[in-house]
Design a protein around this ligand. Sequence first.
Ligand SMILES: Cc1cc2nc3c(=O)[nH]c(=O)nc-3n(C[C@H](O)[C@H](O)[C@H](O)COP(=O)(O)OP(=O)(O)OC[C@H]3O[C@@H](n4cnc5c(N)ncnc54)[C@H](O)[C@@H]3O)c2cc1C
Length: 306
Amino acid sequence: MLRSVILAAARSSQVERLVATAPFTRDVVRRFVAGARTDDALRATRALVDDGLAVTLDFLGEDTVTAEHANATRDEYLKLLGVLSEAGLTPPAEVSVKLSALGQMFDEQLAYDNARAICAAADAAGTTVTLDMEDHTTTDSTLDILAKLRKDYPSTGAVLQAYLRRTESDCRELATAGSRVRLCKGAYREPESVAYQSAREVDKSYVRCMNILMSGEGHPMLATHDPRLIAIGEDRARWFDRGPDRFEFQMLYGIRPEEQARLVSDGYTVRTYVPYGDQWYGYLMRRLAERPANLAFFGRALLSKK
Ligand SMILES: Cc1cc2nc3c(=O)[nH]c(=O)nc-3n(C[C@H](O)[C@H](O)[C@H](O)COP(=O)(O)OP(=O)(O)OC[C@H]3O[C@@H](n4cnc5c(N)ncnc54)[C@H](O)[C@@H]3O)c2cc1C
């Protein structure tokens, strides 16, 4: 019920106008999105890097349906990488890319070509790219494109979602030397046939996947705000003797900033995922709609900085 209300709101331009002008929304947006422009992304990145954090930048937008729009997204990433490089912010800053924003929904080859151009620019700037993971219908396509990109750009990162039943097996495949893998719980609404439905099952899967990645050969990126999972991550880092150059924690911009700082001061690498761009309405509403539990997630974040 809640989900359909949010989804209806996400499609309504009237609601968008209402939400966009509400004072509450401005506060939410300001807290979770760096701003609309490349300069805003640069400013947020510099502040985070000055505080000892690494950064991954996401130019907001997904489910692109025209080549023109997909190419414009690619061009924004190329511009961003140039600006970051000139500012001396690479390698601490890398970029996160959604293949659906690059054309994956209607032309996989175009999405691959665009992603490849971004990887080449990142490589020239001395940094790298992580391919965000979207809903389960795109997992195979995204992992195929990842494998192709890694032939020339082996540091291209993958994202695996602990809620998918297939993910333990994907972790085993990807826990190889040099392989960067972000492990998150997963943000989309998925059917029981492919995904664990209860929080407990998802958390248990996360720990199993973390064990595979932390005991493997690759570079795990533990993306979670969950205190229990972070504590288990710290434990596994000690157990498998992984220093700050061999794994990292990742959290979203504006979520638990004090915990991000605490981990940095304890000597861990922490990367903040920073979204920017004017497509913030879709970003916030889709997060809520895909998983209504995220309503509490954003609500909690507004009430607490811990
Ligand atoms: C860097 C990063 C990249 C991501 N990339 C992707 C992706 O490519 N694809 C994808 O599907 N999903 C992605 N996600 C989203 C992810 O899948 C989850 O939906 C999201 O992170 C919420 O799950 P959680 O692990 O943080 O814990 P949750 O289950 O949301 O929360 C668990 C516990 O964490 C604590 N907590 C959570 N939020 C707060 C808060 N604001 N304040 C205080 N305590 C809090 C609470 O104790 C809570 O009970 C990404 C997440 C991160 C952090």
